[in-house]
Design a protein around this ligand. Structure first.
Ligand code: SF4
Length: 276
């Protein structure tokens, strides 16, 4: 049994977040039949509350939220027509306008691999400035995943370490837009459209699988990819890593971790009506 933890307290907005969270959870539980243990549910709620506290200044200043941006009538080299769409938040701070794209990604990953994020922001900046004729001064990604060290400190109930990690946590990553690269960006979107429509689905190369910063692409992406069983790159990569023994199976099997299985059982026991 875990020791009673101090829960994050908060203002009226946080009370509404708790309410929305509870309603969303109930909906998802009914739709999917999946339940969480009280500890896991609290952890999920904490993630939302900590994120709100960290980004409160941005949330309080959002001028327009979930602004849909669209760039229609684009053409690929092979003559296909396509539209680029995205949803952003806009914040007016004094004389300056910020455009934010929110991602559920790890901030470190965004910092280490800004390229594709910059490309997307470039397109949004173009639509906002040139099609909607609005001023723009900054573009940024908000990466919502919070650091492992912060989560661990909270679990240990180590408030000093938690506050230290909370201070260090930087989910907002400014990536300046560069309209000089717009054509290049639209060109790379068009190439992807032609590849998809032309049914060219070549997998990433083995070198790509080994790259990707702290967590390899193979671990971060391929391990969760349904195509990994028939993907030549991944199969070769897994075989090389496992040598001649049979341990390659672990790269393909999808075992439910013990902890996850226990959580599922505990969660169902906690929510089961008494007497059933
Ligand atoms: S396993 Fe999936 S994500 Fe990884 S290279 Fe193959 S197709 Fe791409």
């Amino acid at each position: 049994m875990s020791a009673k933890k101090k829960q994050p307290q908060g203002d009226a907005t946080e009370a509404r977040i708790r309410d929305f969270f509870e309603r969303n959870y109930e909906l998802l539980r009914m739709e999917s039949g999946q339940v969480l243990t009280n500890d896991l549910k609290q952890e999920a709620l904490n993630q939302v509350l900590f994120y709100y506290r960290k980004m409160k200044h941005v949330a309080d200043n959002v001028t327009r939220t979930e602004v849909r941006l669209a760039l229609p009538e684009q053409r690929t080299a092979q003559g296909r027509r396509f539209t680029i769409e995205g949803v952003v938040d806009v914040v007016q701070e004094g004389d300056e306008t910020w455009l934010y794209d929110i991602k559920t990604h790890d901030p470190e990953h965004v910092r280490q691999h800004p390229g594709s994020y910059e490309q997307q922001l470039n397109v949004y900046a173009h639509i906002w400035q040139n099609l909607q004729r609005q001023p723009l001064h900054h573009t940024a990604i908000i990466a919502t995943q919070y650091p492992r060290a912060m989560k661990d400190a909270w679990r240990r109930n180590d408030m000093a370490a938690f506050l230290f990690e909370f201070e260090r946590w930087q989910p907002l990553i400014e990536l300046p837009f560069d309209q000089g690269r717009l054509e290049e960006t639209l060109g790379s979107f068009a190439e992807v459209v032609d590849a998809i429509e032309g049914k060219h689905f070549a997998p990433r190369t083995e070198e790509d699988l080994d790259g990707g910063g702290k967590r390899r692409f193979a671990t971060r992406v391929c391990r969760n990819c349904d195509a990994r069983f028939s993907c030549t790159s991944y199969r070769t990569w897994a075989r090389k890593r496992s040598g001649n023994d049979r341990s390659a199976a672990k790269y393909f099997s999808d075992p439910v971790p013990d902890a996850e299985q226990n959580d599922w059982v505990d969660g169902n026991l906690e929510t089961a009506p008494i007497g059933e």
